[in-house]
Design a protein around this ligand. Structure first.
Ligand code: ZN
Length: 245
């Protein structure tokens, strides 16, 4: 099997505005995610791209050379160029995997691919989060126990305005009593999409070994299973002769 080419995309804005975030992620969240999953997937080629790069680092060539893209954004969703969103969507439909993290639920890319608002309820109250594994046999849950916990996270709660997931891997419970569908799978065209909830910028969530394990597992699960470049040809020559009527 060819080595998996993973591009970790980061908005990279909070890290430059908040000293608290900078302290947790001195090189940016994208760098922490990339380093973490590279350690778990030694044969993968893991690179990063950010909003600030030309074409947000997601040129047609870069996307053509990406098997799985991970996406974290929050403050600057509207700054992502529509052309880049269309390009990412087209690559997912062709077969590229996409992993959307935390506040990426409101990214243009995710909403475009889901076709719904992707709204949810939220609260910042330093709550404990328990992520229950709904399907222990799922490849994304490999290596986990019945559940794992994050000592402090932002709360995301239902209703979560997504299309019904094709597979549910995690459900979260929060200290305040809310629950949330926190690990959801879909297929769009030939591409696999996984939404994973944790990852608020004010907490060291992307240093957590279970969180990194899930993202690495998801990258392997989302590996392209084939490619179909979109076209809509007029096939004038039928495979069989059509008898005149
Ligand atoms: Zn957040």
């Amino acid at each position: 099997m060819n080595s998996l080419r993973i591009t970790v995309w980061g908005e990279n804005v909070h890290e430059h505005r908040s000293s608290k975030v900078k302290e947790i992620y001195p090189q940016g969240m994208h760098a922490a995610i990339a380093r973490g999953i590279a350690g778990l997937l030694p044969s993968a080629e893991v690179t990063t791209a950010t909003l600030q790069e030309p074409e947000h680092g997601l040129t047609a060539q870069r996307l053509a050379e990406t098997d799985v893209l991970t996406w974290w954004g929050h403050l600057a969703h509207e700054q992502v160029a529509d052309e880049v969103v269309r390009r990412v969507q087209a690559r997912v439909l062709e077969g590229m995997g996409l992993i959307v993290l935390h506040s990426g639920h409101y990214s243009k890319v995710f909403r475009q691919l889901m076709g719904t608002t992707c709204s949810l309820t939220w609260r910042e109250a330093d709550e404990r989060e328990r992520l229950w594994v709904c399907n222990p046999g799922h490849p994304i849950a490999r290596g986990l126990g019945r559940y794992f916990e994050l000592p402090r996270e932002e709360m995301y709660g239902e209703p979560f305005a997504i299309p019904a997931p094709e597979e549910q891997v995690f459900v979260s419970w929060f200290e305040g009593g809310d629950v949330f569908r926190s690990g959801c799978c879909w297929r769009r065209g030939n591409g696999s999409i996984f939404y994973f909830r944790p990852g608020h910028e004010a907490y060291p969530t992307f240093h957590d070994p279970n969180v990194l394990r899930v993202i690495a597992n998801a990258a392997e699960w989302a590996r392209p299973r084939g490619a179909w470049v979109d076209s809509c040809p007029n096939v004038k020559e039928p495979p069989e002769r059509i008898s005149p009527k």
